[in-house]
Design a protein around this ligand. Structure first.
Ligand code: SF4
Length: 378
């Protein structure tokens, strides 16, 4: 059998069985061609339409703080970057962003920031409660990093619906190349399983093309995500930031990023899958390419204009400077040009009908891979 035929059969297998083994993932990623990508994307778009039709969900992104106690090697707002111009938004400023977004029709807000001590549990709870009190028809997503289970529970009890926490890499050796010793993959995994167990719509994800990443690392990412079954997956190309230890590393490619988006759509058919800002940053048609590979979410920036540039995780971050209303209009036009329509409702995850029982499964205290990571009981 020809190698090419094998690759097409692997795509078919992924569509049917929604999983591959490590060797198959590596084979598929290493052997990809533009023809194979077209074959994959045609399936990915068809599957995405089964669940979400031509709808592209928009989430209002509010970058609440660029202060972070952590020092991830790839991140422009790491604590060691003395050149970062630090800020955090007050509760009043965050609520003002929500008010503006609500008036524009947004019904889903994402509060994202570094691990900033200012955002204590009680402040986060107050902010979430205030947003849910004022806008009960909106979904609130938090993306505030690694916390204790008790903290996550408190935010959930206050009304938070979703939590985003990218795992970044599921390969322990690769993780060590990207993070200082005080951070651990074990804790990150613990956080993700806690979030799922508490009942959040949970998002994870990874960078594509990060330094030291191999196709075996990407295979590990896919295997981990299959096990976690998150409701959202955010992936974007690695883009170096000039004030980090990884400043001189090569940028990830849009081509591999969109290929991975297509694979994710086949593996997790109804997942909420953003076409990320990072993808739009390295390729001016990146967002559109992401949608045409199976993505179904975009996250316009509702942060005050004067802080958008300060929240610089990587260089040249796409930052239109437009007012939120103008930005929304531009997105509408971009999506309509490729046959899609943006919708501003909550855009909740659609569970797979056959997975209902699985959603009540015991999360992975006892499963094999989590034991490998030593997540529980070590
Ligand atoms: S990646 Fe997140 S946790 Fe790491 S330094 Fe940046 S903001 Fe902090």
């Amino acid at each position: 059998m020809k190698r090419q035929d094998t690759l097409y059969q692997l795509v078919d297998k992924l569509e049917t069985e929604q999983k591959l083994n490590k060797k198959e993932w590596i084979q598929l990623i290493d052997g990809r061609t533009s023809q194979l990508a077209d074959y994959l994307f045609e399936k990915a778009v068809r599957i995405r339409k089964q669940y979400y039709d031509n709808k592209i969900y928009i989430r209002g992104l509010i970058e609440v703080s660029n202060i972070c106690r952590n020092d991830c090697y790839y991140c422009g707002i790491r604590r060691s970057n003395r050149n970062a111009n630090r800020y955090h938004l007050t509760r009043g400023e965050i609520l003002a962003c929500c008010r503006e977004g609500y008036e524009l029709g947004f019904r889903s807000f994402v509060l994202q920031g570094g691990e900033d001590p200012y955002f204590s549990d009680s402040i986060v709870v107050q902010i979430v409660s205030a947003i849910k009190g004022m806008y009960p028809d909106c979904a609130v997503t938090l993306s505030l990093g690694e916390k204790s289970r008790e903290s996550y529970q408190a935010y959930f009890n206050a009304g938070a619906d979703r939590y985003l926490l990218r795992h970044e890499t599921a390969d322990p050796a690769h993780y060590r190349k990207l993070h200082p010793s005080e951070l651990s993959l074990k804790n990150r995994m613990r956080c993700l399983w806690d979030l799922k167990e508490i009942g959040y719509q949970t998002g994870s994800g990874f960078m594509v093309g990060s330094p030291g990443q191999t196709s075996a690392c990407l295979a590990e990412d896919m295997i981990f995500l299959k096990e976690l079954e998150p409701q959202m997956v955010g992936i974007g190309p690695f883009i170096p930031h000039h004030d980090t230890p990884l400043a001189k590393e090569a940028v990830g490619t849009a081509e591999l990023t969109v290929f991975m988006l297509g694979l994710l759509r086949l593996m997790l058919p109804s997942v909420l899958l953003p076409a990320t800002t990072a993808l739009g940053t390295i390729d001016e048609m990146g967002r559109e390419k992401g949608i045409l590979a199976g993505a179904n979410v975009v996250m316009p920036n509702l942060s005050p204009q004067d802080v958008r540039k300060k929240y610089e995780l990587y260089d040249n971050k796409l930052c239109t400077g437009s007012e939120a209303a103008e930005y929304k209009r531009q997105l509408q036009e971009q999506m309509e040009a490729i046959g899609y329509t943006i919708v501003t409702d909550r855009g909740d995850y659609v569970p797979l009908p056959s997975r209902e029982d699985k959603s009540r499964k015991k999360y992975p205290k006892y499963n094999k891979r989590s034991k490998e990571y030593g997540v529980i009981g070590t």
